[in-house]
Design a protein around this ligand. Structure first.
Ligand code: FAD
Ligand code: EPU
Length: 324
């Protein structure tokens, strides 16, 4: 009944029993009973409206880089991967879809970021951060270099306010479009609430697009900066091994990785889940780690760090379908 109804929505692909494991960077998790792929904003709006009106809950999958999914799987998962267009501001039709929370004003279109002239670019939430970065380099647009190496969709990067010790997604944002049961609506930067690795979403809404602000630079200079950032990442983090990045948030003024390391937990292993020997805030999956094994490891780490340093670590990884 549910899938039959959803199949009637034009431009919505409805797939059944889709394995989620290959769609996550951790390579962990059971299948999605229903996997929804809206191909247009209208299909997304109709899908959310249908599900919300019936109080049917669902999860939104970005690039799957910050997820620990239950081994048994999930009921309904939606991906915005097909909504991935990028456009210079003013050239696209899609940013005129939806409406503004308050009327758009001129300063949104042309302005000054950190004293440099900038351009705004509209991007749909399913676009990968890496694709936007490559596109911006080709167009001589700078500003996202410090975020290079963060595997994310634009929606996931905003939802998590992804970042480094130097900067976060929030600083690049000009406006965000939300889509919920009542349709789509743009909000300006000053109407949004970003925090360390968090972002306040309106009730029952998801991020469907964003406007990003860029400075101007030469492609060669931007490439050099990206190389520097990637070089540091490769020397300090276990890039290339399945993981979900840092599993705990940093406590104020401290580093969770340093604390876990000081407790001597590097290399601690349950099944194929191991506290990385390279960076203690990463758990790596050596092959067949289960979500339960990772949860057990998270609990041991939390207890040990609490006992030895009196710091309560809080997970950064989004945990789907399991109690924390
Ligand atoms: P997902 O993992 O798919 O989802 C994460 C959360 O966002 C979920 O709750 C999901 O429901 C929600 N979400 C996704 N899309 C939307 C949407 N359109 N609307 C509303 N909610 C949505 N993170 C950092 O901050 N800094 C780093 O330096 C960093 N390095 C990493 C390195 C590695 C090797 C890995 C594997 C991960 C790293 N991460 C890092 C974690 C991860 O890349 C970020 O959290 C990223 O923002 C997740 O984006 P995603 O699209 O993969 O989201
Ligand atoms: N450290 C150790 N042992 C370790 C890991 C780190 O002693 O095993 C020490 C380092 O030597 C350094 C300090 O801890 O003195 C901080 O380490 P690092 O520079 O690696 O930064 P981090 O605080 O551990 C944060 C983000 C990363 C982001 C990096 C780079 C969090 C939880 N982590 O890590 O983000 O890539 O800065 O800026 O905020 C993520 O969020 O998933 C993530 C990977």
């Amino acid at each position: 009944m549910l899938s039959k109804d959803l199949e009637r929505i034009e431009d919505l692909q409805v797939r059944k029993s889709v394995p989620l494991l290959p769609l996550t960077s951790f390579r962990i998790g059971g299948p999605a009973y229903l996997f929804l792929v809206p191909r247009t904003l209208k299909a997304l709006e109709q899908t959310i409206s249908y599900l919300s009106n019936r109080s049917i809950s669902y999860k939104v999958l970005g690039q799957g880089s910050n997820l620990l999914i239950n081994d048994k799987g999930m009921k309904i998962v939606m991906t915005l991967a097909a909504l991935n267009r990028i456009h210079f501001h003013g050239k696209s039709k899609f940013e005129h879809e939806g409406r503004w929370q308050v009327p758009s004003n001129a300063s949104l279109q042309h302005g000054t970021a950190h004293g440099h002239p900038f351009k705004t670019v509209s991007v749909e939430a399913g676009c990968r951060l890496k694709s936007l970065l490559s596109w911006s380099i080709r167009n001589g647009l700078c500003g996202l270099e410090n975020l290079s190496g963060i595997p994310a969709s634009i929606g996931g990067a905003i939802a998590m306010n992804a970042g480094t010790n130097k900067c976060s997604m929030a600083e690049a944002i000009d406006a965000v479009q939300f889509t919920g049961p009542d349709g789509s609506c743009w909000f300006r930067r000053d109407q949004l609430q970003f925090d360390y690795r968090s972002f306040r979403l309106p009730d029952k809404a998801l991020i469907s697009a964003a406007r990003i602000q860029f400075g101007k630079s030469s492609p060669d200079q931007i490439r050099r900066n990206v190389r520097k950032v990637m070089c540091k990442r490769r020397t300090t983090q276990p890039i290339g091994k399945p993981s979900a990045g840092c599993v705990f948030r940093n406590p104020p003024g401290d580093s969770a990785g340093k604390l876990i390391d000081q407790c001597g937990l590097k290399g601690l292993r349950i099944g194929d889940a191991e506290v990385s020997k390279k960076h203690a805030n990463f758990i790596v999956n050596h092959g067949k780690a289960s979500a339960v094994q990772v949860m057990d490891l998270l609990e041991i780490i939390r207890e040990r760090v609490k006992k030895e340093t009196d710091v309560e670590l809080v997970p950064e990884v989004s945990i789907w379908g399991m109690e924390t």
